[in-house]
Design a protein around this ligand. Structure first.
Ligand SMILES: Cc1ncc(COP(=O)(O)O)c(C=O)c1O
Length: 466
């Protein structure tokens, strides 16, 4: 019977076509490696009983999978999983059994996907389809539509205090593509070293190495990046997250903002500003972007990934004049320009106020969710410390001193809670044990439950003497 249970085929009786479901479930179990190579399948009778289906249905499923090569049937040794069909198991970063379902996903960086403004986006798309001229469906050009660049110039000036003339804006497929284009431009300018905050997003590092940049790390503290340490790296380009440092959540202090711009001017340097979640500040208005202080020294990158959804792949780069032509060339070579229809739809969302209405609604939701997490931490894990300002869609939480970060993350995962360990985001000497909690996607009740489970998962780094 244990062999039958291991198969973990879930049937949805309301969906019908049970036979197809049995086949698909077994196929998926083999492909994922959940059923290992040479695994001996249970008898058709035992599996039929366990799944509550007819034996004939299981016989059909086995025959089908034998015909497809997933199973091999040999007289005397039963039906077994064909070795060549089993994918090597990707290791779960937490070391946890990947079969355990994630019930509380606190992965950072993802907004509430269920709140995507479908009706407003659909109305705006309809409007565009009714009004756009035929020429709108031609190749878009490397900088993006002039309509969106004009709209962004106004929006970024108003909301982010940017100095962004439309001709300095290039529409890109998210901050990620902006970083990719800027990395290539830096290489061509002979700037081979990019300084990056430590800690910082581990997901962006591959972009820099792909384009041949060497990364130098500059530590951050409660005021943001340490500009003296940056200067000592010798790099002439730096990537920063001034409005809300990722992942620690601190805001670059006024003193450091001035020092950073001064560094750029004295070193003939370039600052790349990743303004990834500045729309979400809950205690006051967000600080204006760095680009507004020094448009000749700052590349400003932003996107709709947090405001709408990362699947939009729609963002912008505001460039100093000397970079514009080079980035146009690189963008042309990358993809001949970003898709027009979503750009025009965003223009309509901005013009009707739907975009900012959506942001207001989400700000209210996220603020409640953030409060739910901080309150639950105070109740269930009072020795934990929440860092950073009330902003964004994630929290940087230092675990109680002496906790074992990776063991805690693994144990939480075993209880269905996914949180991100800090280890991967640190490049320099290790810091205190900490996790990142993305709170945008769960209701306040589910967040409280997740924190309770996380608190029960915290393990000390060294077992106390018995
Ligand atoms: C630090 C940081 N920058 C930027 C982004 C957004 O990137 P993109 O606009 O490519 O979706 C993220 C998303 O998680 C992020 O964490």
């Amino acid at each position: 019977m244990s062999r039958v249970r291991e198969l973990l085929v879930h049937l949805d009786r309301s969906a019908g076509r049970l036979g197809a479901q049995v086949q698909a479930g077994l196929r998926a179990a083999i492909r994922s490696g959940r059923l290992p190579a040479d695994f001996r399948m249970p008898s058709t009778r035992a599996l039929a009983e366990s799944l509550g289906v007819s034996r004939g249905m299981v016989v059909d499923a086995y025959e089908q999978l034998v015909a497809e090569g997933y199973l091999t049937s040999r007289h005397g040794s039963g039906t077994r999983v064909t070795a060549a069909c089993v994918a090597p198991q990707p290791a779960d970063p937490t070391g946890c059994d990947p079969v355990i379902p994630i019930t509380h996903d606190l992965k950072p960086g993802v907004p509430d996907l269920s709140a995507f403004p479908r009706a407003a986006w659909s109305a705006a798309t309809r409007h565009v389809l009714h009004t756009a001229p035929h020429a709108a469906f031609d190749y878009p050009g490397p900088s993006g539509t002039s309509e969106l660049r004009v709209a962004l110039s106004d929006y970024l000036g108003r909301v982010r205090a940017a100095q962004a003339r439309p001709e300095h804006i290039v529409v890109v497929n998210g901050v990620a593509q902006g970083l990719s284009l800027v990395s290539q431009a830096l290489r061509r300018l002979g700037l081979d070293v990019l300084a990056v905050e430590d800690p910082s997003s581990d997901r962006q590092r591959g972009i820099f190495s792909t384009h041949g940049l060497t990364v130098a790390y500059a530590p951050t503290d409660a005021e943001g990046i340490d500009v003296d340490a940056l200067a000592s790296t010798g790099a002439r380009a730096v990537l920063v997250t001034p409005a809300h440092q990722y992942p620690t959540g601190v805001v670059l202090s006024p003193r450091r903002r001035a020092a950073l711009v001064d560094w750029a001017r004295t070193h003939d340097g370039l600052i790349v500003e990743d303004d990834y979640d500045a729309e979400f500040r809950y205690d006051r208005d967000p600080v204006g972007c760095l680009q507004g202080l020094a448009p000749d020294r700052v590349v400003h990158l932003g996107s709709t990934s947090k405001a709408l959804a990362p699947g939009m792949r729609l963002g912008w780069a505001v460039l100093p004049a000397p970079l514009i032509e080079r980035i146009h060339d690189l963008k042309t070579n990358a993809d001949l320009g970003s898709a027009t229809l979503p750009q025009l739809t965003l223009v309509r969302m901005l013009a009707t106020g739907a975009y900012e209405r959506h942001l207001r609604t989400m700000r209210a939701h996220y603020r409640i969710r953030r409060d739910a997490v901080t309150e639950a931490l105070a109740e269930h894990l009072p020795a934990a410390r929440v860092h950073g300002v009330a902003a964004g869609i994630h929290l940087y939480v230092e675990l109680p001193p002496g906790s074992d970060e990776s063991a805690t993350v693994r144990r939480a995962r075993e209880r269905g809670v996914r949180v991100e360990p800090m280890a991967a985001m640190r490049a320099l000497a290790g810091g205190p044990p900490a996790v990142i909690i993305g709170y945008a996607g769960l209701s306040p009740d589910r967040l409280r439950e997740a924190v309770r489970l996380l608190a029960r998962s915290v393990l000390p780094a060294v077992a106390p003497p018995s």
